[in-house]
Design a protein around this ligand. Sequence first.
Ligand code: TXA
Ligand code: MG
Length: 349
Amino acid sequence: MVVKAMETEVLYVKDLNANYQNIVKGAEYLKKGEVVAIPTETVYGLAADAFNENAVKKIFKVKGRPQDNPLLVHIYKLEQVYDICKDIHKDAEKVFDAFWPGSVTLIFNKKDCISDTVSAGMKTVGVRFPKSEVARAIIKESGTLLVAPSANLSGKPSTTSAEHCYNDLNGKIPCILDGGPCSIGLESTIIDMSTPDPVLLRPGAISLDDIRKVIPNLVYKKNLLSVKGNEIPKAPGMKYRHYAPDAPVTLVKGDYAKTSKWIKENANEENAVICFQEFLKDFKNYEHVYSLGSFKTLNAAAQKTFDLLRECDKLNISHIYVQAPKDSGLGNSIINRLEKASAGDVINI
Ligand code: TXA
Ligand code: MG
């Protein structure tokens, strides 16, 4: 018997009002216990009904995600955090006021309604209240709350467009909701608020400096974010090689003029080079050169990082060299992703 591959329907939802019927269609799949790729302002999510165990299990299967890696629960109104979490931190309201809805995910102790499948056996759950109105409308229409990890296959760069989702998930899920390219392009910043001093678990869309203005006692230990050997990670997802394109990545950090010079001296002209717009002129003879936009504002770099790593996957190349941004603001989050993509192949100049 020939098993027919699932047809993946791509439905356009960029305009909340004009495309509302497609939001309803996507929500119908979710109500039936199916997995649907949905847009958010950070990256696309692979969504399912948080309270349907079979649907939740499908996410792990589709992504190839290890069972010990918990899922974030996405809500569409603030009160819902109290439905699924307990022991809410005394400073939480300040954080809600400053960042919600928005690209900060908060971790609290979970109530029993959140299953061990969702939390991967942890006592806590991560709650994400997206800024994207389309994302919130999808959750609302589904009539439930949605678990959603990033919509990439495990280990691959996160997906920031419907095309990326299609490349990873075509034939594996019934529906992709296409909201256009994600406006931020990096995943949410994750803060663990289940301990007296909140801990930054993942730098992300909202910069550390902005978070510190609201949580001055935020604990940020860089070595917490990369886990070696048998250590138990705070956020289980951190122990896996991540964001990796097929070709090996070398990340080059330091003064911009010097890193550009280093790449020029070390890369072959057939290798891919990802650098800031100001240095494109150094790589005129190179076949595959991609711009991260200007280093003066890193918004474009954030939006393009995953997309460019994925572009490189379309080429038959043996190596990717990336010029690192400065390690502050969004640059800190971009470097975090690129360090993982490079599996530690980092040159400091
Ligand atoms: O921007 C985002 O956060 C996107 C969009 C789709 O909302 N979602 C996302 O999910 O990036 P995911 O699963 O790819 O990354 C969530 C990270 C993982 O590293 C996971 O291990 C960690 O958060 N995490 C989830 N629940 C946790 C918990 N209860 N305690 C500690 N870490 C947790
Ligand atoms: Mg992810």
